[in-house]
Design a binder for this molecule. Structure first.
Ligand code: FAD
Length: 521
């Protein structure tokens, strides 16, 4: 954490040492996961510097196929990012700001390439919002150093969280690893200093005269195709474009619509996957079409809440969910090894995952053919929409790691490869929670019963019927467990598989495996 603070401080010092931009020398904003023009702190600061010095502003985005591969980024997420870039480019062009998009195949060369572009454009000032994944932080450090060694200035800005990592410390001066006390501190911090979630100033339109100083070609870069291995079929493209329309205007209107129609009831309905009661804003927060500050402000405004403890119960609970996103980013900064395939709790690194049939079980899980209707519904929703309801994510993650005793990291990667909102910190956090290997004080012996979860959160089987058509005609309670509740023939005839494990036995096996690494057996 100190390293981060130091980097932010150093870049501010660098900024003071480098002379103001000379006439015609543009200021650059390096876009990453902040693909929006509104409430974007780095972009806003870059715009101010450009305005004060009457120089142009240029947006830069580097497409890195290796980064997408390294992070297991899903094709649906790549597609959303590329579509978002196209809209961002249009929005910026209206303000006379070009967005230069370039593909760099070797990701190690990105910092040098940025320096070359700055030289070509005679730019000396670079702005970027910080990203907190270890690879990205490493790259940022390299960029800061390169800038310093070449008489350029880089300014890195905390923007992606509502409360930046490092701001909150427990009583003993340490980073929190438990959500509840962290959340109290998070709310208090915002309460004490509203500026923490202050909306960044809008960026100003650049005059024709000033933007005219830039080479025309800067306005003409093309949106690249998705790299091989990350391409969607035509049918998928169409489906995902309808489900996830791109850009900040869409994101803002979805936010408004959610606040108007579902926010006040959120607390009551949010756990029911078939209810459509949540915001579905995660893809937009992940790609940065929306900021966490904007969603909090908009929701508190529409809920007439004077502070985060006010407004409707729906509002308060929703903000506590938005806070989970911050929490997991703070955790990632505090314990970066969790992004390197290691569980937060070191003991759990040596769990003896099942070896027998584990590939077949994993395959059945990925395709929604486990014989557990709620699990199968969720896994098919993932394949179909690139998104899954939070309750369903917890159920399938618990099922893979506990019932099937398959290494949770395989599931974590599968999620990243298919989620439109795939986010390193939240995904690892969610898997850590569900597999009991993460920061949360969830005991290893808490194993979700997939049948009970189904009865509780999909009581009428609406969610199951939507995603598992083989069971569409099964009536009543049998929908949750057709082979044991009198609907075996119907299920078999429709081609629905029998359960691949017996929950009770699987639970015992999981408890034994977890206990063993804790020396309790
Ligand atoms: P809403 O309920 O409307 O919540 C609003 C916003 O708050 C969300 O968009 C999201 O940004 C944030 N949020 C809500 N719940 C959580 C949570 N538990 N953890 C972190 N942020 C939260 N979320 C991702 O954004 N990316 C992931 O890759 C991801 N992987 C997950 C994996 C597992 C195993 C689990 C259990 C959860 C995961 N989540 C992930 C968290 C959560 O499931 C999604 O954020 C949520 O379902 C998104 O739907 P929504 O936008 O309708 O959420």
């Amino acid at each position: 954490m100190q390293v981060l603070d130091k980097a932010v401080e150093e870049t501010a010092e660098q900024m003071e040492q480098v002379e103001a931009p000379a006439k015609g020398s543009p200021v650059i904003h390096y876009f990453k996961s902040d693909l929006r023009t509104k409430d974007n702190r780095g972009l806003s600061q870059a715009s101010k510097l450009a305005q004060e010095n009457d120089v142009p502003l240029v947006g830069l985005y580097i497409v890195s196929p290796q980064d997408w591969e390294a992070h297991n980024t899903a094709p649906v997420r790549v597609d959303l990012v590329l579509r978002t870039l196209s809209i961002l480019k249009e929005d910026l062009a209206k303000l006379n700001i070009p967005l230069w998009i370039e593909t760099v195949e070797d990701r190690k060369k990105i910092p040098r390439r940025i320096m070359e572009l700055m030289d070509k454009w005679k730019a000396r000032h670079l702005f970027a919002n910080l990203e907190y994944e270890p690879d990205e932080l490493r790259r940022e450090t390299k960029l800061v150093r390169l800038c310093a060694s070449q008489g350029k200035a880089m300014t890195v800005v905390h923007d992606t969280c509502a409360v930046p990592p490092g701001e909150l410390e427990s009583g003993s001066g340490k980073q929190y690893s438990v959500y509840t006390p962290w959340f109290r501190a998070w709310k208090q911090h915002i309460h004490d200093d509203e500026d923490v979630i202050g909306i960044a100033d809008n960026i100003a339109k650049v005059s024709d005269k000033i933007s005219g100083q830039l080479p025309k070609e800067l306005f003409k870069s093309l949106i690249p195709q998705a790299p091989k291995g990350k391409r969607l079929t035509d049918e998928e493209k169409e489906r995902f474009r309808d489900l996830w329309p791109a850009g900040e205007h869409q994101a803002l209107s979805r936010l408004e619509q959610f606040c108007e129609t579902r926010l006040s009831e959120y607390a009551d309905n949010r756990d029911i996957p078939s209810a459509g009661a949540t915001s579905s804003l995660s893809p937009y927060l992940a790609s940065g079409s929306l900021s966490a500050r904007t969603v909090i402000h908009t929701a508190s405004d529409r809920a007439n809440a004077s502070n985060l403890n006010g407004g409707s119960n729906g509002f308060r609970v929703w903000v506590s969910e938005v806070a989970w996103r911050d929490f997991y980013k703070h955790v990632l900064v505090g314990w970066p090894y969790i992004a390197m395939n290691k569980p937060f709790k070191a003991d759990y690194a040596s769990i003896a995952w099942a070896t027998e049939d584990s590939d077949a079980k994993f395959e059945a899980w990925t395709q929604g053919r486990t014989g557990y209707p709620m699990v199968d519904a969720a896994m098919r929703q993932l394949l179909n929409e690139g998104w899954v309801h939070n309750r369903s994510r917890m159920v399938v993650a618990s099922f893979l790691s506990k019932d099937l005793l398959v290494d949770w990291r395989r599931g974590e990667q599968w999620f990243m490869r298919h989620l439109v909102d795939g986010d390193v910190a939240s995904n690892i956090g969610g898997w850590g929670f569900s597999a009991s290997v993460g920061v949360d004080p969830q005991p290893y012996f808490r194993v979700f019963n997939p049948y009970r979860q189904s009865e509780r959160f999909d009581p009428d089987g609406e969610y199951i019927r939507k995603w598992v058509p083989e069971l569409v005609n099964i009536e009543g309670n049998a929908i949750h467990e057709p082979y044991a509740r009198g609907a075996a023939d119907e299920a078999r005839q429709a081609g629905y598989p029998e359960p691949i494990v017996v929950h009770k036995e699987a639970r015992e096996a999981a408890l034994t495996a977890y206990k063993r690494v804790l020396g309790k057996e």
